[in-house]
Design a protein around this ligand. Structure first.
Ligand SMILES: [Zn+2]
Length: 95
């Protein structure tokens, strides 16, 4: 964590506390400028229960299976690679 990220976190915390302190003012301002009605129409038009379900399922399924995989497998013979070497111990192909 670098110093810039820490500064950004502190600024974000201060900003969120200020926003929470004035939540009624912010809500009234958003309603005056039509953001609330716009968001309500978007939700009614595009974010039905089925659409939300499909989006969530796609987000779950689209996570890369390689990320955080503890077990490496040979792309040729699908043998589990025990060592960190460059070659498969079963078929000898380069991994
Ligand atoms: Zn192999």
């Amino acid at each position: 964590m670098t110093l810039t990220i820490r500064k950004l976190i502190v600024l974000g915390l201060i900003g969120s506390v200020l926003l929470l302190g004035n939540v009624v003012l912010v809500a009234n301002w958003l309603a005056e400028h039509g953001v609330v009605d716009w968001a309500r129409s978007i939700r009614a038009e595009y974010l039905t229960g089925t659409a939300v379900t499909i989006i969530v399922v796609l987000l779950i399924l689209l996570v890369s299976p390689r990320a955080g995989a503890l077990i490496r497998r040979c792309p040729v013979c699908d043998h589990v690679l025990v060592s960190r070497g460059k070659y498969c111990g079963e078929c000898g192909s380069k991994v």
